[in-house]
Unconditional design. Structure first.
Length: 397
């Protein structure tokens, strides 16, 4: 079967991405969810003309002396002014129609006499709808609701929104050598690191994840997955996807009625990565067992797949960066994605490639910001060279 490039593999997965149903939820319960339709502003923001400062409001005038006619505080109703009158207005309070406001520090007040230069109408006033106009799209479909989006919706008086339901993910960690918990391990056994790492990544995308450990036993593998797979939108597995005698993932997927979509990819360190699917069923992305290969497969392919499932627009994940230190040549016949720490410099993004980047590396996951792409014919790169980077979690161009 064809060895797909990263871009080709991404396109295959997206083309088979199942869509998620929409549901109405209260705005406060929408954080972390993705909007399935635009949200129009039912009211403008601000909802009324309000003072931007503590000061005194008057109508435009040539006069400099005004009679103090009252006070307006946040929560009060607006009052009308007549020529020659002034009113104290607090920050956020409604201003009288047609008036402007002068900061109190620029005003002289003696009893009920206010002396100041009258401002133009609208001075120091936050006009109704100047931030968001009534009827405008406050948020677009495909937007993930965060705390800021929630605050905006509440400010606009929106009570409910239509969002995609959470993705249901089944996470399978394969290997009889894997252990959870804090018990002392016998020689030959290892802690399960891929499972917890992926669970955290999926959680950051709003997914509801069920995780299982599966030993190197084909029958147990099939039974464990069969009873859980029908409740999942996406299945992620780690390990067991190569061609060894105990690599059962492909056999199990096909035994459960899934057809191969991708069998191996033409970039490293994710080479054995494969995918399976069926009409109306979940899509199964089989990630390699080595931690760095798992992380690359997730960042490069699973994130775009999840975005497609949620109806989010494709993210432009490529950016340019300058190397903080050099990188070795890549004269192999495949592209190499090199883990890197990304940071902001005075002239743009800086990339500090991991010093140890074997596919088995766990330390390279620390502060992982993205991946420097090294073409199959890349020569040695030097500090200061510009490189192309695929951005990881939480980073945008």
């Amino acid at each position: 079967m064809k060895r797909y490039s990263a871009q080709e593999a991404e396109e295959v997965l997206i083309s088979h991405a199942p869509s998620l149903e929409a549901e109405r939820v209260a705005v406060r319960q929408a954080v972390g969810r993705v909007l399935s339709e635009d949200v129009p502003a039912g009211a403008g923001l601000p909802a009324f003309d309000q003072s931007a400062v503590d000061g005194y409001a008057v109508l435009p005038s040539d006069g400099t002396s005004f009679r103090l006619a009252g006070e307006i505080y946040a929560g009060d109703r607006a009052m009308s002014l007549r020529p020659g009158e002034a009113v104290f207005v607090a920050t956020g309070a409604p201003v009288p129609p047609g008036s402007g406001v002068v900061m109190k520090e620029q005003v002289e007040v003696a009893g009920d006499t206010v002396r100041m230069t009258a401002p133009a109408a609208g001075t120091n006033v936050r006009l109704r709808g100047e931030e968001v106009q009534t009827g405008a799209s406050a948020l677009r479909a495909g937007c993930r609701v965060g705390p800021g989006e929630m605050a905006l919706l509440l400010a606009l008086g929106t009570d409910e929104v239509t969002v995609r339901r959470p993705i249901r993910a089944l996470l399978i960690s394969t290997g009889s050598e894997l252990r959870e918990g804090d018990e002392k391990l016998a020689e030959g056994l290892v802690r399960n690191t891929n499972g917890p790492w992926l669970t955290h990544q999926l959680s950051s995308l709003g997914a509801e994840t069920t995780g299982v450990l599966v030993p190197d036993d084909r029958e147990t593998f099939v039974l464990t997955v069969r009873e859980r797979m029908d409740h999942a939108d996406i299945v992620l597995s780690t390990g067991g996807i190569s061609v060894g005698p105990k690599d059962f993932v492909a056999h199990v997927a096909e035994a459960l009625g899934l057809q191969p979509l991708i069998r191996g990819v033409g970039f490293r360190p994710a080479y054995p990565l494969s995918a399976f699917g069926r009409e109306g069923g979940p899509i199964w992305v089989a990630l390699p067992g080595n931690p760095l290969a798992t992380a690359l497969g997730f960042d490069r392919l699973v994130r775009p797949l999840v975005a497609a499932m949620e109806g989010r627009p494709s993210e432009a994940r490529w950016s340019r960066a300058r190397l903080v230190r050099g990188m070795p040549e890549n004269h192999s016949d495949y592209e190499r994605y090199w883990p890197t720490v990304l940071s902001a410099g005075s002239e743009g993004l800086l990339a500090t490639p991991a010093s140890y980047a074997a596919s088995s590396s766990v330390s390279a996951l620390c502060s992982l910001g993205g991946w420097v792409l090294r073409a199959s014919d890349a020569e040695e790169a030097k500090a200061g060279d510009e490189v192309r980077c695929w951005l990881g979690a939480g980073l945008t161009p």
